[in-house]
Design a protein. Structure first.
Length: 273
């Protein structure tokens, strides 16, 4: 067991699929009751059912993190079922507005949509849940950012900027909530094969890119991902949802009670510092 989360209730946003679902699974394995929150309510229900069929404790809520009203209703529904929420993983994230991979230029819509989800989404959920944590004089929050927030990228400046903002907001929240015995930290994943990365590769093949021009011989999305990972990562391997889940479980546990305001890279050494 990475960390003992027995008796803890953990809400994970964007948890119906991909990275969020992987994080939720790890937290459930550590003993937490997990609240699968996702904008797709039906997928959230299916994911929670899968977890229960595996013997884990899980419930689901439909939540659009860009809507304060949706967040309030979802959190209220969860609390009515389980009483309180003392662990939060803000995982929901996007790289651009719908169809971003089908165009070369980053649009105003991409900037707005990315910041609404990746930054304001974190703020909305944190603001709603922190009062419950303050009342209990205990809580832990993990925000999922990215090593992109510590780097530049001319192809996706909106995404990198949003993740940098998430890292900064983590520090501000840690300072604000420390007096209530609430820890706030940030995980910065490296390269994880997800539907998002599949579309990044697709966009490269459609439009080309200065960054990926040296990989013009590659014709397969996954092969491009692997080549980029090998060349940019000292350990020469990609990361998994479990890797991020293990880090989150530790940061949410009492073993990390003196860690707050930190951004932890889980990236195979791609970014050091």
């Amino acid at each position: 067991m990475i960390a003992d989360l027995t008796g803890k209730n953990a809400l994970i946003t964007g948890a119906a699929s991909g990275l969020g679902k992987g994080i939720a699974k790890v937290l459930a394995q550590q003993g937490a009751l997990i609240i699968v929150a996702d904008i797709d309510g039906e997928e959230a229900k299916r994911a929670a059912n899968e977890f229960r069929n595996l013997g884990y404790q899980a419930i689901s809520v439909q939540m659009d993190v860009t809507s304060i009203d949706s967040v309030d209703k979802a959190v209220s529904k969860a609390m009515n079922q389980i009483g309180h929420i003392d662990k939060l993983v803000n995982n929901a994230g996007v790289i651009g507005a719908p169809g971003w991979h089908e165009r070369l230029e980053v649009t105003e819509e991409d900037w707005d949509f990315t910041f609404n989800v990746n930054v304001k989404g974190i703020v909305h959920v944190t603001d709603r849940i922190q009062d419950d944590m303050i009342n209990g004089a205990h809580g832990s929050i993990v925000n999922i950012a990215s090593v992109a927030g510590k780097m530049g990228n001319p192809d996706r400046p909106n995404y990198n900027a949003s993740k940098a903002a998430a890292i900064s907001y983590t520090k501000s929240s840690a300072l604000k909530l420390s007096k209530f015995n609430i820890n706030v930290n940030c995980i910065c994943p490296g390269n994880i094969w997800t539907p998002m990365w599949d579309k990044i590769s697709m966009r490269q093949f459609n439009f080309g890119s200065e960054i990926f021009s040296e990989f013009s011989d590659i014709k397969n999305n996954r092969e491009l991902f692997q080549r980029v990972t090998e060349l940019s990562t000292p350990l020469k391997r990609d990361q998994s949802a479990d890797d991020i889940g293990y880090a989150a479980a530790f940061l949410l546990s009492d073993a990390a009670k003196n860690i707050t305001g930190q951004s932890i890279n889980v990236d195979g050494g791609r970014v050091m510092g």
